[in-house]
Design a protein around this ligand. Structure first.
Ligand code: ADP
Length: 251
């Protein structure tokens, strides 16, 4: 692996009495695409929230560029998120009242970039992602795939070192999802951006350099997120024999 950029060490996190992560250790290298996989409820999103500093673990450590992240104050963690991290969720969470170009420009404006400069950088990203033609459209006027590409532009306009993507194609049909993933992979490779890609779909994980499989809040001891790939997936239960791509939740 290349130099470690982001690391979780023995991360434990519970919601009240229900454990979500029970001691997870993961490294993400510079420019590496790491898929975090596993069935719904296994702790993927919680791991993403901990790695990105959105959430503090109950125990264990998160470090970024060799320095502890989880012990920093919320203001410092959110400054880091604005500067070094980009996030992309299942639904792009675009601002409904703003046209695409202003949605993409927003993170730059929040950093104090002048409006004209921010809009022109946003246009470059829309063009790179093949959605320059919707620059003046509101999110409600775009297709799901266009909206997700605009959201990707917004996540990358600040040129982050890490992109956190939580089921980024989960709301799209297979073909549109593949196209959006193709854009994600192409631009992060061009930029050298590392990606933490949360998914429960093997076809999505196949785009990653490496897969970290979770099961019940721990690293899957088989090391394989998709049980069909492993005849040795002991105790995986009858669901393991089902279709691998079946959506098990509405996430
Ligand atoms: P995944 O992303 O793999 O679906 P999550 O990280 O969302 O898993 O959830 C892990 C576990 O924590 C699940 O059992 C889920 O029900 C629980 N959980 C997640 N968020 C909350 C919450 N806000 N309050 C209580 N339990 C939660």
């Amino acid at each position: 692996m290349t130099e470690v950029l982001l690391a979780a060490r023995g991360v434990v996190k519970s919601y009240g009495n229900s454990p979500a992560l029970r001691g997870v250790t993961v490294d993400v290298g510079e420019g590496e695409i790491v898929a975090v996989t596993g069935p719904s409820g296994c702790g993927k999103s919680t791991l993403l929230y901990c790695l990105s500093g959105i959430m503090r673990p109950d125990a264990g450590e998160i470090s970024y560029r060799g320095a502890r992240l989880d012990t920093r104050r919320e203001s410092e963690r959110s400054a880091l998120r604005r500067g070094d991290f980009g996030v992309l969720f299942q639904f792009g969470q675009l601002v409904a009242e703003l046209p695409a170009v202003d949605n993409v420009a927003l993170p730059l404006l929040l950093r104090g970039t002048r409006r004209r400069e921010a809009r022109s950088a946003a246009m470059v990203w829309l063009d790179r992602l093949g959605v320059a033609d919707v620059a003046r459209d509101l999110p409600g006027e775009m297709s799901g795939g266009q909206a997700q590409r605009v959201a990707l532009g917004r996540a990358l306009v600040t040129e982050p070192h890490v992109l956190f993507a939580d089921e980024p194609t989960g709301a799209l049909d297979t073909l549109t999802g593949e196209a959006v993933l193709g854009h994600i992979v192409r631009v992060v490779r061009e930029q050298g951006t590392a990606v933490v890609l949360v998914t429960h779909e093997a076809t999505v994980a196949a785009h990653a350099d490496r897969e970290v499989a979770l099961r019940d809040g721990m690293l899957d001891p088989t090391g394989l997120g998709f049980p069909m790939a492993s005849p040795a997936a002991v105790g995986a239960g009858p669901a393991a024999a089902g279709p691998r791509h079946a959506r098990t939740s509405g996430r």
